[in-house]
Ligand binder design. Structure first.
Ligand code: PHE
Length: 347
């Protein structure tokens, strides 16, 4: 056999050995080993290149070409094997980590509205159906709006009805009721008729007990127009009580005093627990207080930009926490802001 045939056969063998060995390769690591062994610097095919100068001139070109073909064939085979291995690995991964989409999902824990917010929303929804619009008014308020413009001058004994949190800025306080919003709404809307509710938090510097908190919500009610009467006020609050507590519930108005309404009244609801007979919840009276109300005082109308000779109005302030306490038999108002999950989860 000639030397050229010898070397060419050797190259065929090199290729065959390489391809055979490649079939045994099962992963990336083995693939690296194979690359070093069959295409690395001391691989058989590379040895042939190294020997080139000692190969007779007549066959050098033929051997060179053949060696190149073998090298390229080995490189291509490596590429292919590598692709196959990658595909197999991916398939294994997909099978092993398959998602069973038929399994029932895990329910995320859902939060919910705070019971005071729920009561507030319910109250607002009822008045919105009666044609009232929600009017937002700030919780940090001036003394002027919270008191003076509501016909409560400085040093007037009526101020004692509202123990106040003051800020470090003179004349700026936390609102003690939602009534200053009456002035804001009137000043924005005068001389047009008004039908608004003002929901939100109020603050009082108060000794807390089962029925008194330092912060609580109020829903202020304000209607201003040309022929608004006390009958409208009674009708509105009576329909509200019926919607909130049931058709059969009765309401009563007790004369009272507020500097910004004249006449003023306290609105009570027949105790729905005992039906008016008297029980522990209503302390034997048969009635439960849900808020204050009255006809807007002429001075307040004037401060809001309405001529009291032409316009009249009614206003009321309801306590959503009080209402929720009655509805759900909650015996202590302090539960609302204690953030005890055992309380909150019941609503
Ligand atoms: N602002 C009064 C209070 O907080 C309630 C009230 C509102 C009374 C509107 C009359 C009219 O006590």
């Amino acid at each position: 056999m000639s030397e050229s045939e010898n070397i060419l056969e050797e190259l065929d063998q090199i290729l065959q050995n390489g391809l055979n060995a490649l079939q045994q390769v099962q992963d990336e690591a083995q693939l690296g080993g194979w690359r070093t062994a069959h295409l690395g610097r001391s691989a058989p095919v590379m040895q042939v290149f190294a020997r080139m100068s000692s190969i007779p001139k007549e066959i050098r070109q033929q051997v060179g070409q053949k060696a190149n073909q073998v090298k390229i064939a080995l490189e291509n085979a490596l590429e292919e094997r590598s692709a196959v291995l990658r595909r197999e690995a991916l398939e294994r991964k997909l099978t092993a980590e398959r998602l069973d989409v038929t399994l029932p999902g895990r329910q995320p824990a859902l939060g919910r509205a705070h019971p005071a917010t729920q009561a507030l929303d319910e109250i607002c929804a009822i008045f919105i159906e009666m044609g009232f619009q929600i009017y937002r008014s700030p919780e940090v308020e001036t003394e002027e709006l919270n008191f003076e413009l509501l016909n409560i001058p400085a040093h007037h004994p009526a101020r004692d009805m509202w123990d106040t949190f003051h800020t470090t800025t003179p004349g700026v306080i936390l609102r003690t009721h939602t009534s200053p919003g009456q002035i804001r709404a009137m000043r924005e809307m005068a001389p047009h008729p008004i039908r608004v509710i003002l929901p939100g938090m109020v603050y009082r510097y108060e000794q807390t007990n089962a029925s008194h908190e330092m912060q609580f919500n109020q829903v202020e009610l304000l209607a201003v127009g040309r022929q608004i009467t006390f009958a409208n006020l009674k009708g509105t609050l009576e329909s509200f009580a019926k919607r909130m507590f049931g058709e059969g519930v009765r309401t009563r108005f007790r004369p009272s005093y507020f500097p910004f309404t004249e006449p003023s009244a306290e609105v009570d609801m027949e105790c729905f627990i005992c039906g008016g007979k008297g029980c522990g919840v209503c302390r034997g009276s048969g009635w439960l207080e849900i808020g204050g109300c009255g006809m807007v005082h002429p001075v307040v109308l004037q401060n809001g930009g309405y001529d009291p000779a032409v316009f009249s109005g009614f206003a009321a302030g309801l306590g959503p926490e009080r209402i929720a306490m009655l509805k759900y038999h909650i015996e202590d108002i302090r539960y609302f802001w204690q953030n005890d999950i055992r309380f909150l989860e019941q609503f």
